[in-house]
Design a protein. Structure first.
Length: 624
């Protein structure tokens, strides 16, 4: 992967020398994203900077910023285009002559030749900025799933964009900027900031699957080139679904292995990454480099199952062992890697296993996306679907069911009580913390009305199932992709997600949910499981995922840090704190009356982000 930065000044405010200097310094903040080289380009109104992690064509012919032969268009592009060879042949047939063998020049000429329509043809992950120097027109775009980040800052003199949020925070135009209450409220509820929101006023994220056109005269246009449909009637089920899914995933893995540098895999003991690894091994043969996280044999350790898979694949397998002490040593790296706060503390093992993989390869394939596309989160929505579909008893443990919860909500005067399926799912995504957050933060911002991802109140099983998949793709997957990008990029490792390939998504949209999910047994992703079963002698039915014992850390080695950095505060990120409510929560956690590691780490991570990054607000990347 790579890192980019740039800005487009308005016609009345041409680039000043100090702005060019700041652009160079801000680009260098992304050095970990691109340790292999850097490049800069500017004219009277635009400046583009680039840090390169060379994957395709590691020679100088692949350097960026990249220009068309006539100098009319300039590109900075962070990503990988897996169908670039097919697009190159089309462009060559149309008369385009190429000077390099890599994918970046294909992106450059495709946008010059097809305009915005080129984006619909791209199958890859990317964040890009394409500048028409003659018209002073800048095109920003981000891949269909949101795998690569892209931030935008609006200033009085123009627009700035970047791969990392610290490049936005430290831009001179951010000097004096306030934190965004809406974004803060979303972070506290969801554990991350979803697009298009960003933590600074006047800043935003370019949403996944969208483009934004900006001109030096101030005109703007925006559009989408990819939208996951909320509902599409399925036409694949049973064995036909299994065959179509397996074929699509195999083709995607083959595409994602294209590179001019070594490619390996992340290997867990679950389903998704073992399937990706098995298919990759079939393609490349014995010796596939596989990296697994080991956590000392605790309940989260999948290394034994992963090692068994690796032996069956003939993989060159490494287990990277993460001890509690070693994980705590990563704390400062985790804060440094997360240029905006992230409450998902599985960033610790993600960063660690990325660092281990990077010692042997430059690219690693992961299994991200399988749960979201094939109904893998049975704990979150399997019960909802089983009860909507009538496949399980209506009453849950303790005599409650989601129907009873919703009926109580419809008759309740409490505005926080869920009254729709969308409300109930939002409650799940926010860990049921809304009442406590309102006590701890008396001025907690309201949920932004423009974020409608949880606006849903239907009961028909097919529509409920597809909405749940759509919601997971739009909300939870975005946090996971932030985690993977930040953790891997801090280690200068490119991570690719074959299960989020455009072809895999198209096939997934055709599959009946009942062919993927067995609510009664609590098992999802059935087509992926059956494809894996052809290749391994056994597989896990338990979804664990990489994590760390944050509950215990906050009772032990992180306790002094939490007490010093959070409990002593009257406010956090500009929001007033009820210290008594917070201390009661912390004491309840210490006394083991509850496990509150999620919300306590959320606050500690936010506090550390504030002290680490906001002290540089608007300093132009000048060191203090």
């Amino acid at each position: 992967m790579c890192g980019l930065f740039g800005q487009l000044n308005f016609e009345h405010a041409p680039l000043a020398p100090e702005e060019r200097d700041a652009a160079v310094r801000l680009t260098r903040l992304a050095a970990r994203r691109g340790p292999d080289g850097e490049g800069f380009w500017s004219d009277a109104h635009a400046a583009l900077g680039f840090r390169r992690l060379a994957i395709f064509d590691p020679t100088a012919s692949g350097d960026q910023p990249m220009r068309t032969p006539d100098g009319g268009a300039v590109l900075v592009y962070n990503g990988a285009l897996y169908n670039y060879r097919e697009l190159r042949r089309e462009l060559e047939a149309a008369g385009v002559r190429f000077r390099s063998p890599g994918d970046a020049e294909v992106v450059l000429h495709a946008l010059a030749h097809w305009g915005h329509a080129a984006l619909t043809r791209f199958n890859g992950m990317f964040a890009l900025a394409w500048y028409d120097a003659r018209e002073r027109r800048l095109l920003l775009a981000r891949d269909h799933a949101g795998m690569k980040p892209l931030y935008l800052l609006r200033g009085a003199r123009g627009f700035a964009f970047a791969s990392q949020f610290d490049q936005i925070v430290r831009h001179p135009w951010s000097r004096g900027a306030a934190l965004s209450p809406a974004a803060l409220g979303l972070h506290l509820r969801l554990g991350y900031v979803p697009a298009p929101f960003a933590l600074l006023e006047r800043a935003e994220q370019v949403p996944a699957g969208s483009w934004l056109e900006l001109r030096a005269d101030g005109r703007e246009r925006a559009g989408r080139f990819f939208d996951l449909p909320v509902f599409r009637p399925p036409d694949l089920a049973g064995a036909a679904a299994d065959e179509a899914v397996e074929a699509a995933v195999r083709a995607a893995v083959r595409r994602h292995m294209l590179a001019d540098v070594p490619v390996g895999v992340f290997l867990s003991g679950g389903v998704d990454s073992p399937l990706v690894a098995a298919l990759a091994a079939e393609i490349c043969g014995p010796g596939l480099v596989a990296t697994t996280l080991g956590t000392g044999g605790d309940e989260h350790d999948e290394s034994r199952q992963a090692a068994a898979h690796a032996r069956e694949f003939g993989a060159d397998h490494l287990v990277a062992h993460l001890t509690p002490a070693g994980a705590l040593d990563l704390l400062d790296d985790v804060v440094a890697a997360c240029k905006e706060p992230l409450a998902d503390y599985s960033i610790f093992p993600t960063l660690f296993v990325s660092r281990a993989a990077r010692a042997r390869v430059k690219v690693a394939l992961s299994g991200d996306g399988g749960d979201e596309l094939f109904w893998g989160y049975t704990g979150r929505f399997g019960a909802l679907l089983s009860r909507v579909d009538g496949a399980a008893p209506a009453a849950a443990a303790g005599g409650w069911s989601w129907q009873r919860v919703l009926e109580a909500g419809r008759g309740s005067a409490d505005p926080l009580w869920p009254s729709t399926l969308g409300d109930l799912h939002r409650w799940s995504h926010s860990h049921g913390l809304e009442p406590w957050l309102r006590r701890a933060f008396p001025e907690l911002p309201e949920w932004p009305p423009s974020l409608t991802a949880f606006a849903f109140d239907e009961r028909e099983p097919e529509r409920v199932a597809q909405w749940l998949r759509w919601n997971e793709f739009q909300v939870y997957l975005q946090m996971l992709l932030q985690k993977v990008d930040r953790g891997s990029m801090h280690a200068s490792l490119e991570v690719r997600c074959p299960l989020l390939d455009r072809e895999v998504i198209e096939v997934a949209l055709r599959v009946d949910w009942r062919s993927c999910l067995d609510p009664a047994r609590g098992i999802g992703k059935l087509p992926l499981r059956r494809a894996l079963a052809k290749r391994v002698s056994s597989q896990s039915g338990v979804k664990r995922g990489f994590t760390v014992p944050m509950d215990e850390w906050l009772r032990g080695p992180l306790r002094p840090r939490f007490e010093e950095e959070v409990l002593e505060r009257d406010s956090l990120a500009g929001l007033a704190l009820d210290r008594a409510a917070l201390r009661r929560r912390f004491e309840r956690h210490l006394e083991r009356k509850g496990n509150h590691g999620w919300e306590l780490w959320l606050l500690l991570g936010l506090a550390r982000w504030q002290s680490t990054h906001l002290r540089h607000l608007g300093d132009g990347a000048q060191e203090p």
